[in-house]
Design a binder for this molecule. Sequence first.
Ligand SMILES: Cc1cc2nc3c(=O)[nH]c(=O)nc-3n(C[C@H](O)[C@H](O)[C@H](O)COP(=O)(O)O)c2cc1C
Length: 272
Amino acid sequence: MARCGSEAFQLGHLHKNAQSVKSIQTTIPYFGIIYCRKGIFCNTKALTSFTSTPGLCPVEMENSMSRPFAEISFTPSVRATQARNGSAEGYAKFLAGATQEDLISPVEASFIAQRDGFYQATVSETGWPYVQFRGGPAGFLKVLDERTLAYADFRGNRQYLSAGNLQNNDRVSLILMDYPNRRRLKIWGRAKLVDGADDPALMQHLSDPNYRGHPERAIVIKLEAMDWNCTQHIPQRLTLEEFEEYMAPLRDELAELKARNADQKDKPGQQR
Ligand SMILES: Cc1cc2nc3c(=O)[nH]c(=O)nc-3n(C[C@H](O)[C@H](O)[C@H](O)COP(=O)(O)O)c2cc1C
């Protein structure tokens, strides 16, 4: 048995590309395949178990972060703040650890393929961070290979804030949310803007002809680091489509009860 957060499961096999000793794959009847990576449930059938996500504590999570993430994020100011707050020593080991490259494993690929949006941060030449939500059909952020992500950038209000920022500074940071399962994947990378005319095959691969939206360019992101976050303080939310999955059987039941009720009323001697 293995412990993942507050729940214990029968261990399966270690994930092929797993980079953490905590990476396990477990099979649980009814719930299907569930990956437990870095202490997070990654249920490929998201909605079947959204209420079962355990509340994980930061300590459990931070025990399995990657060195690339620490190298990017633990700046001198961050480390000084950690020192003042008593966490520097614990986190220092991630900077001192063996060099480890973050690669997109099937666990992350599956998670990414289910997302219909993400938050993207870029940096302006005046040093201001800029966060924008990018939305699209589920899976519009595509994994090209284990080090590369890409998406079609749709025409919007033509302010071109993100695109403009990326011309000057290719650093990009994404946050991908799975609200029903309270999961969050953070991604750091370097982005390249590719004009549709320069790579029509790539644009075609990234575009969904059934989605309303005019793709203007491809944003190709070379992965630098990834980090799964703790579930704490992530509210559980469902989209209308996800909610419908729960509402449909209730609606059916209501319709059946109404029909039965009407039937009863129609029978002689049953009417009030
Ligand atoms: C007609 C139109 C108007 C829009 N107006 C806004 C807006 O006022 N604020 C906003 O955040 N997004 C707006 N959007 C969505 C953005 O244009 C879109 O998210 C785009 O990706 C923004 O990219 P940027 O913030 O990097 O410039 C609008 C989109 C369209 C098509």
